[in-house]
Design a protein around this ligand. Structure first.
Ligand code: GAR
Length: 202
């Protein structure tokens, strides 16, 4: 059984979908802990499932490195097989990435390498794009630059705003994330091999 730590910053709707999937006895992964960089609404989903949570509030640390050191210490307590960044809106410091790579994946609401960063949905609309997407990547030291392990297109419809578009992207993200975690757990997706290969889009 693959053990998973999920890190969030917000509502955690993708976390919720992963928790629901993992509740199925046939799903080969279990979420063992949920962490956040702020008081995240999404903790409620973990609590509902009786899953432990930890908070490392980024505002209370002088630097990204200090924050990351405490985050790493918390993760070390749980020693998950995989870390899923599911809406964590802080960049991990290089030391944390190095310690856990390639066992950190991230979901992103765009068809990477298009629209990296914290405002991917807004940026796609602002660019006048007719399509965007959802991606799951292996985390590296860049901003959404790691090898892509799954992605799918989502059309941008006339009249879409950031909210309506993000609402259509998230179900796609959830499906991709649940499938990627399943494939990793089943040995069908080798993250080390994915990390060693050049991303098809880079
Ligand atoms: C998701 O769309 C996730 O891809 C995005 O935040 C949302 C979190 O939603 N992450 C990023 O933009 C990271 N660059 P949720 O809290 O409802 O799961």
């Amino acid at each position: 059984m693959l053990t998973v730590a999920v890190l969030i910053s917000g509502t955690g709707s993708n976390l919720r979908a992963l928790l629901d999937a993992a509740a199925d006895a046939d799903y080969p992964a279990r979420i063992i802990v949920v962490g956040a960089d702020r008081e995240a609404e999404g903790f409620a989903h973990a609590e509902e499932y009786g899953i432990p949570t930890f908070l490392v509030p980024w505002r209370e640390y002088d630097s990204r490195e200090d924050w990351g050191a405490e985050l790493a210490a918390q993760l070390e307590v749980w020693r998950p097989d995989l870390i899923v960044l599911s809406g964590l809106m802080r960049l991990l410091p290089p030391a944390v990435v190095e310690a856990w790579s390639p066992r950190i994946i991230n979901t992103h609401p765009a068809y990477l390498p298009e629209f990296p960063g914290a405002h991917a949905v807004r940026d796609a609309i602002a660019a006048g794009a007719v399509q965007t997407g959802a991606s799951v990547i292996v985390v590296d030291d860049g901003v959404d630059t790691g090898p892509i392990v799954a992605q799918e297109r989502v059309p941008i419809l006339p009249g879409d705003d950031e909210h309506s578009l993000h609402d259509r992207i998230k179900p796609v993200e959830r499906r991709l994330l649940i499938d990627v975690v399943r494939r990793i757990a089943a040995g069908e997706l080798d993250l080390a091999a994915a990390a060693a290969s050049v991303s098809p889009s880079s």
